[in-house]
Design a protein around this ligand. Structure first.
Ligand SMILES: [Zn+2]
Length: 262
């Protein structure tokens, strides 16, 4: 029962991320010894200041902790920094009391041989929560590496859309994201910025950015009135929503030549 006692679990953790993966597989195998739904119920544990080992041998991670009084989201690392590495879930629940909302989601962690497909680094027990399983490409990435890669790819596609419209020497400056509650200007908040695009010879600028599944194109700063009567999308005299980069390029071809010259 070493996988289900405080001392036993601590022993697994002395072998780092490899030990943690072995613990997860031992717990899972034990819980699933008998076919579902007749599973063996294990004890539940709060481990490594972030994870819950549930009674069915599954792993959960805390994604958010919110103060019920102030409604503020708290820093998970800071909040749990004095917690012991392995505590029974009842003790954890007592510590949390009724003052906080905890959000968790079922998760998995990389193995000791897995590496970030983008930067090539491995993970440890301390930073394995920064790993994200990309089920589409079936690979592990740092959440941050993956975010920066997507952000760069979106900016490259924006630039290509301007290129295709015939405007190569534009200047792209990050600006506040007007769709998300985070502004996207801080690389650590995982949200992308929008961009101010200066086009040579054109008065003022165009503002572009992803808004859910459309690209917001806004030329209100220029003042030119341009309409797309044939397009059944959200638009007004100074703004249109493009479904993808091709549409964006198509709209830019019409918008830019009609902008007031600087
Ligand atoms: Zn990485």
């Amino acid at each position: 029962m070493k996988y289900d006692t405080q001392e036993g679990i601590k022993k697994y953790l002395t072998n780092g991320i490899q030990g943690f993966n072995l613990l997860l597989s031992d717990r899972h195998n034990q819980a699933h010894k008998r076919p579902w739904p007749d599973l063996e119920r294990l004890n539940e544990w709060f481990v490594l200041s972030r994870y819950r080992l549930d009674c069915f041998g599954q792993l959960w991670v805390i994604t958010e902790i919110q103060d019920k009084t102030t409604h503020k989201y708290l820093d998970i690392n800071e909040f749990f920094k004095n917690f012991s590495s392995v505590i029974p879930i009842d003790s954890f629940n007592e510590c949390i009391s009724d003052n906080f909302w905890i959000t968790t989601s079922m998760t998995r962690v990389p193995g000791d041989l897995d590496e970030c497909n983008i930067c090539g680094e491995h993970w440890t027990l301390e930073d394995m929560h920064t790993a994200e399983w990309d089920s589409y490409n079936e690979e592990w990435n740092h959440k941050r590496c993956s975010y920066l890669k997507t952000r760069k790819s979106h900016l490259d596609h924006f630039k290509m859309a301007f290129d295709h419209a015939g405007y190569r020497c534009c200047d792209f400056t990050p600006t506040k994201n007007e769709y998300h509650n985070k502004d996207g200007l801080n690389e650590d908040d995982g949200c992308e910025p929008w961009y101010i695009v200066d086009i040579p010879g054109v008065l003022n600028f165009i503002k572009i950015g992803w808004r859910k599944n459309v690209i917001n194109i806004d030329w209100s700063y220029n003042g030119a009135i341009i309409n797309f009567p044939e397009e059944n999308v959200t638009q007004n005299d100074h703004l249109i929503h493009a479904y993808g980069y091709d549409k964006m390029g198509e709209y830019l071809k019409k918008i830019i030549p009609n902008l007031i010259k600087g």
